[in-house]
Design a binder for this molecule. Structure first.
Ligand code: GLN
Length: 196
């Protein structure tokens, strides 16, 4: 897995905005594979994207398809992962309102549908650590209410944490795949090149 080789990135393709992630990855020269069933998880991959969508639907499908534990193990073993919006919710180890966690790998408390109905969807040009101003599209977005030890905050919008990194895990409350800007995906590919 030398740094010059094309990276093979798996995109969870059960529900939600996975095609848009694939477009960004392909533009950046990465190879994409879709994860739809347990067998798809048996292959080698350099990174994984958990797209936005509906976390409850995705979590239930992952459970029914017997994929939850395998994914959890791979992430805990260091597979680089980018979770956007619902993907961030899947990664979190604590959700509000006594909802059970799904993958439970990222030590943050995430609040779902956190901006209320009116502010459910909005767009800002926000500061992202190490990159600068990036377009941020929020759609019925969550935010990070609190972080555990070792979690690095990468972006804050209106006093709310909207992007974090914890070792091999990148969790983002907005949808970087829906804007033309590819720097966040590039940052993730750089993480994949480091080979955790
Ligand atoms: N509100 C959705 C959820 O709770 C997330 C929305 C999104 O991914 N854009 O899963």
């Amino acid at each position: 897995m030398g740094s010059s080789k094309t990276k093979k990135i798996a995109v969870l393709a059960l529900q939600g905005a996975f095609v848009e992630h694939e477009k960004r990855l392909k533009n950046l020269g990465a190879e994409c594979v879709e994860i739809r069933q347990k067998a798809d998880l048996m292959q080698d991959m350099d990174g994984l994207i958990l797209p936005g969508g509906e976390s409850t639907v995705q979590g239930k499908l992952l459970t029914q398809l017997g994929m939850l534990q395998m994914l959890r193990d791979r992430i805990r073993n260091g597979l680089p992962v980018l979770g956007t919006c619902a993907g961030l919710i899947l990664l979190a180890d604590e959700l509000g309102k006594d909802e059970p966690a799904w993958l439970d790998t990222l030590p943050v408390r995430v609040r779902r549908n956190a901006y209320g109905r009116q502010l459910g969807s909005f767009w800002v040009n926000g500061e992202f650590q190490g990159i600068g101003k990036v377009p941020m599209t929020f759609i019925r977005a969550p935010y990070v209410e609190s972080i555990g030890e070792g979690v690095e905050i990468l972006a804050v919008v209106e006093n709310r944490i909207v992007a974090v990194r914890y070792g091999n895990q990148l969790g983002i409350a907005f949808h970087p795949e829906l804007d033309e800007d590819e720097r966040i995906h590039k940052m993730f590919l750089d993480m994949c090149r480091q080979g955790f």
